[in-house]
Ligand binder design. Sequence first.
Ligand SMILES: O=P(O)(O)OC[C@H](O)CO
Ligand SMILES: [Mg+2]
Length: 236
Amino acid sequence: MAAPASRRAITHVVFDMDGLLLDTEIYYTLVQEKILARFGKTFDWSLKPKMMGKKAIESAHIFVEESGLHGQLTPEGFLEEREAMLQDMFPGSELMPGVERLINHLHMKGFPMAVATGSHKRHFALKTQRHGEIFSKMHHVVMGDDPEVKKGKPSPDVFLAAARRFEESVDPSKILVFEDAPTGVAAAKSAGMSVVMVPDSKLDVSYHEDADQVLTSLLDFDPSEWGLPPFEDAAK
Ligand SMILES: O=P(O)(O)OC[C@H](O)CO
Ligand SMILES: [Mg+2]
């Protein structure tokens, strides 16, 4: 089926990282569950979407406020407490299903790609240490502690910085973004880009509304629906 006109203009692709390229959101969830358990509270998926995709200190403020931990835990204390646990977990980060196939395909077809993540440099290095080959196919990576990223997602800063750093200047409407988080979808839409959302199955469907397409897995992405060259292999 031919792609509708609105989807035929894509020339560049920008990927979110945590929960989209890498199966790392589970680490944040586990650590946050553990910290809340210490206060006799439970962490659930009504709080998770508010924290996902944001800069660390921004999500730390949300965690403390929304969990009612004012006076018991500071955002800085929360970050410190979770850091040792995360540092042990991040080197085990796995690619999400379908990532290798999609990135290798777009790279082979010559589509410039970038990563736009809320994650900062030190965590990026730990998470990607076993995935150098895949990340080497990115033209550039913009991280949450980049000086051009004044505010985390849902601010468009990280996506606009990613758009500016391709070889040639790119109209945001020609960029296709892949995201898992509601804050990330909002950021990319506010940057004027198209978004394929690949949310965790536990995310409430009310968060799907703003995405241009919602998929259960990257394995279900069909490039031809976006006017991109079809996969040449039959297997998913
Ligand atoms: O989903 P990302 O890649 O923007 O990362 C954001 C945080 O590090 C985790 O939610
Ligand atoms: Mg993400």
